[in-house]
Ligand binder design. Structure first.
Ligand code: DNO
Ligand code: MN
Length: 362
């Protein structure tokens, strides 16, 4: 297991690499390039600059999260071929700089969705939170106005002001795309890019839908064991793999996270683990909690043990954290709570390792 930390890059993240370097165990960096429009090729010079910045700070960059997929690919429009070509070129460019894993998602229109980006928890910290009732109240035909009204003054990924203008058109286009069609479009994309991924030795790792059920009437295809299995079968290659996000999949209690890790891990399909906890209050209502098992609904020990038992050699990162100790910044991506998450996950790992090796516990 290689522990990592997500960093949004110079000018996009208020947390410096110098601070990240002081997190116990010195995690590797997970990052991306943000000033290239989705669908265009990531230029070699920009990748080199990112790689150099990270390495000059004494850190490693082997994981990209995310190379986003252009909406035309998800919609299956004729223009997708150009964007797929570009995606393949981006993979080739990334490979030149030693990138080993590329995380991506296939969620229509939005990345993760929450109804509150700064819910105040009883201890005074704030967390991302999801309430189904609030989300259901959003009328897809009034999506721009509704999203603006609900966003609490923050921006969610995919909710950028300039993109809001195109939302109505996108929603119209998705009326012709059901889950079957979306899966077909993912298959088309994977059949094109996986041979390139194999050639340049980059493992593709799809991130689950967050939350793992349909919102705003849009199709969702990465939400359970069955759907992941279908995706793995689209192209039977270890390069067609998964980012197993415990907080995303775990929002549906039917998803047994340790069992999923063991199942897809045994097949060599998990390349990246997002390990975080959430507190489920009632079906489809949850807050993101600290990483500690007793603060949420996930058994983090069992999750780490599953990774240990499959002899996981991929990358792990804590996922969203709360905002604590007065920190302000990008919701879900503060320094303190995620650094605590790393210390805790590393602690679990060390304990499991020593119990097994020294005392032969199972
Ligand atoms: C949520 C986060 C996501 C993730 C993207 C991957 O759990 O990990 O924002 O980065 O969906 O493409
Ligand atoms: Mn995640």
């Amino acid at each position: 297991m290689k522990m990592t930390f997500r960093w949004f890059g110079e000018g996009y993240d208020s947390i410096s690499l110098e601070k990240i370097r002081q997190i116990p165990g010195k995690p590797g960096i997970v990052s991306a390039i943000y000033d290239v429009p989705v669908g265009e090729v990531w230029p070699v010079e920009k990748i080199r600059k990112l790689k150099d910045t990270v390495e000059n700070a004494g850190l490693e960059l082997e994981v990209i999260e995310s190379v986003n997929v252009h909406e035309d690919i998800k919609l299956g429009l004729p223009s997708r071929d150009r964007y797929i070509e570009n995606y393949m070129q981006t993979l080739r460019n990334l490979a030149k700089f030693g990138i080993k894993v590329v995380c991506y998602n296939f969620m229509p229109v939005f990345d993760w969705t929450r109804s509150d980006l700064a819910k105040v928890l009883p201890d005074g910290s704030t967390a991302l939170s999801y309430e189904e009732e609030k989300v259901q109240k959003v009328d897809p035909d009034r999506i721009v106005e509704e999203v603006e009204a609900n966003s609490n003054g923050f921006e969610l990924p995919g909710w950028e002001p300039e993109r809001l203008k195109t939302l109505k058109v996108l929603f119209e286009q998705y009326k012709n795309v059901d889950e079957e069609k979306l899966l077909e479009n993912l298959g088309y994309f994977l059949r094109a890019i996986i041979p390139v991924a194999e050639e340049v030795d980059i493992k593709m790792a799809i991130h689950p839908d967050d939350p793992p059920w349909s919102i705003f009437g849009l199709p969702r295809i990465v939400k359970s064991k069955e759907t992941l299995e279908k995706i793995m079968n689209l192209v039977d290659s270890p390069y067609n793999g998964i980012t197993l996000c415990s907080g995303s999949l775990g929002a549906n209690p039917d998803n047994d996270i340790p069992a999923l890790i063991r199942y897809f891990g045994a097949k060599g399909r998990i390349h990246f683990g997002h390990v975080r906890n959430i507190k489920i209050h009632s079906p489809r209502n949850f807050d993101e909690s600290s990483h500690l098992s007793s603060d949420g609904s996930m058994d983090m020990f069992e999750i780490m043990k599953a990774y240990y038992d499959i002899d996981f050699k991929g990358y792990i990162r804590p996922d969203h954290g709360r905002m604590i100790w007065g920190e302000i910044g990008r919701p879900g991506y503060g320094l303190y709570d995620r650094a605590l998450g790393i210390a805790y996950l590393n602690g679990l790992w060390e304990a499991i390792d020593k119990m097994k090796k020294r005392y032969s516990f199972d």
